[in-house]
Design a protein around this ligand. Structure first.
Ligand code: 13P
Length: 275
């Protein structure tokens, strides 16, 4: 066996163990900011101006999820950029008397390419059950919008070792609605207990959980190349490289650290350096 083969085997073995290893071809990561109910119009414009002043590395796909009123600013200011924008939520209904809702048709109409569905804040404060979330994902896909499906367990569910069942039921509901279109979803694993707390799971826990989600998706028949699992919950410049080196982590959904262009740009740069 020549040297190249041995290197390849060692690399493959290390990757199976979840250990990040250098490669000439850099892994691609999605780095997404969920602004939640933050920012003003002025701050939005300033953030985008600052973000546009740096080159986005080839192996990074950037996405920003602003509040609805700022989607048009994104559309206008990001026209020629490699930066995507998306909505934080979408109505499950097609149209009609649903005061306060925004339909997938409307988002599609303005060219919005992606939307979050099932964020834990939607699930816990606004009653978005797995079934409602599934309908939202379906509505999005019907208008050629990619759903970024957020899933995650509470601390109680983690400590009670029930998290796999919880994640599976959140995924199952969406699979039931989407069937063979499940592979068109991006997945964001966000443990509720890590959101906004400064606490992150251990790298081992992230590895195990992402691997579990990966296996569930493979079980639905989703092909390997279509699986993208982002991690979210207290990601910052200090931990992004470690998390990025974990196998089955394909990107990040960032809250607090995505509100300032400076820290977001640092995270983008650090993620781009991991291979
Ligand atoms: P934080 O990064 O502030 O913990 O928020 C994560 C999140 O909920 C992103 O959707």
């Amino acid at each position: 066996m020549d040297k190249i083969d041995i290197e390849m085997l060692v690399r493959r073995h290390l990757q199976e163990l979840g250990v990040g290893v250098g490669s000439s071809e850099k892994k691609e990561y999605i780095v997404a900011a969920n602004w939640k109910m933050n920012m003003t119009e002025k701050e939005t414009r300033k953030f985008l101006t600052e973000l546009k002043s740096t080159e986005i590395p080839e192996n990074i796909r950037v996405m920003i999820f602003p509040p609805y009123p700022y989607l048009y600013i994104m559309k206008e200011m990001l026209r020629y950029e490699r930066i995507a924008y998306g909505a934080q939520d979408v109505a499950k209904e097609e149209q009609g008397a649903y005061t306060g809702e925004v339909s997938a048709g409307m988002l599609g109409d303005m060219g919005c390419p992606v939307t979050l569905v099932g964020h834990s804040e939607r699930r816990s404060y606004y009653g978005d059950t797995p079934e409602i979330t599934a309908k939202k994902a379906k509505a999005a896909l019907e208008h050629q919008i990619t759903p970024m499906l957020c899933i995650g367990e509470t601390l109680e569910e983690r400590e009670g070792r029930r998290y796999e069942g919880v994640l599976k039921s959140q995924l199952d509901a969406v699979y039931e609605a989407l069937g063979n279109r499940m592979g068109e979803c991006l997945i964001a694993y966000e443990p509720v207990w890590a959101i906004g707390t400064g606490v992150i799971p251990s790298l081992e826990q992230i590895h195990e959980t992402h691997r579990y989600i990966y296996q569930v998706l493979r079980g639905y028949g989703v092909s390997e190349e279509d699986i993208r699992i982002l991690y979210g919950g207290s990601v910052n410049a200090g931990n992004v490289k470690d998390i990025a080196s974990v196998k089955y982590v394909d990107g990040f959904l960032i809250g607090g650290a995505g509100l300032k262009a400076d820290s977001f740009k640092t995270i983008i740069r650090l993620a781009s350096e991991v291979s």
